[in-house]
Design a protein around this ligand. Structure first.
Ligand SMILES: NC(=O)c1ccc[n+]([C@@H]2O[C@H](COP(=O)([O-])OP(=O)(O)OC[C@H]3O[C@@H](n4cnc5c(N)ncnc54)[C@H](O)[C@@H]3O)[C@@H](O)[C@H]2O)c1
Length: 236
């Protein structure tokens, strides 16, 4: 029970990596609010979990979410929700680009903006932003995804140095290729990345373990870091 009595918010937690993180945090004793744009989670909730239908691109939704939290405490925020778009720069459809920026970049900013005052008031907290190995190395096309995950990597570092004085730690989890609804929906892309990954396809639970570490007091010396969980993809 490394997170007993902690309160956590995990975005994009209907399924996939977000749900695995929400499950891992709850197993360690945290109370977890699972926020997602889907009206229902893919699987029934576990102990100490509650589900909320939230669009993370809405500043109003974030404000309402934070104000509605019963304990008035937020110890952990995991900005996990993310979307992708397979367009190279010369193929960009502006509406699609704007949507990826809104979800992958503006959403995490709004989340951090909403929880920082609460964490500051209570004397600290842990924020985890889920980026991607494509925030470190490039692949052809997928321009908006690369741009936003790269931005989120630097937003993480910026927030880490800005809020260190408030004892708020801000880190990134950097997944490689993980079995989720997102990767299931694009089997050819997934197979090609798996082929370049020494440890092959990861399971979402493996990413959950990294989130538990960064959320826990064991990581009290860790801020502004990238926890690269990519099965060796970026170093192969
Ligand atoms: N699966 C992978 O291989 C992989 C690799 C690297 C990074 N990532 C990152 O991990 C995170 C989770 O990915 P996943 O594979 O579990 O994806 P997923 O598509 O299975 O889950 C993403 C969730 O985010 C939710 N979401 C989308 N827009 C939202 C919004 N506006 N407000 C609230 N929720 C919203 C979706 O409904 C969905 O449940 C993403 O940020 C993704 O970029 C995934």
């Amino acid at each position: 029970m490394r997170l007993q009595n902690k309160f956590a918010i995990v975005t994009g937690a209907a399924g996939g990596i977000g749900r695995a993180i929400a499950d891992a945090l709850a197993r360690e004793g945290a109370h977890v609010l699972l926020a997602d744009i889907r009206s229902e989670p893919y699987a029934p909730l576990a102990e100490r979990q509650q589900y909320r239908n939230v669009d993370i691109t809405s500043a109003v939704a974030w404000q309402e979410l934070v104000e509605s939290i019963a304990p008035g405490r937020i110890d952990i925020l995991v900005n996990n929700a993310g979307i992708t778009c397979h367009q190279a720069i010369d193929e960009v459809v502006l509406e699609d680009w704007d949507r990826v920026v809104a979800v992958n970049q503006t959403g995490p900013m709004l989340g951090m903006r909403a929880v920082v005052p609460v964490m500051r008031r209570q004397g600290g907290g842990s924020i985890i932003n889920v980026t991607s190995s494509w925030s470190i190395v490039a692949a052809p096309g997928v321009a908006a995804y690369h741009a936003t995950k790269g931005a989120l990597r630097m937003m993480t570092r910026n927030a880490a140095v800005t809020y260190a004085k408030d004892r708020i730690r801000v880190n990134a989890i950097v997944p490689g290729i993980v079995r989720t609804p997102l990767t299931d929906a694009q089997p050819e892309v997934t197979a090609s990345i798996v082929a370049m990954t020494p440890f092959g396809l990861a399971e979402p639970e493996e990413i959950g373990a990294g989130a538990v570490f960064l959320a826990s007091d064991e990581a009290r010396a860790v801020t502004g870091s990238d926890l690269v969980m990519d099965g060796g993809y970026t170093v192969a």
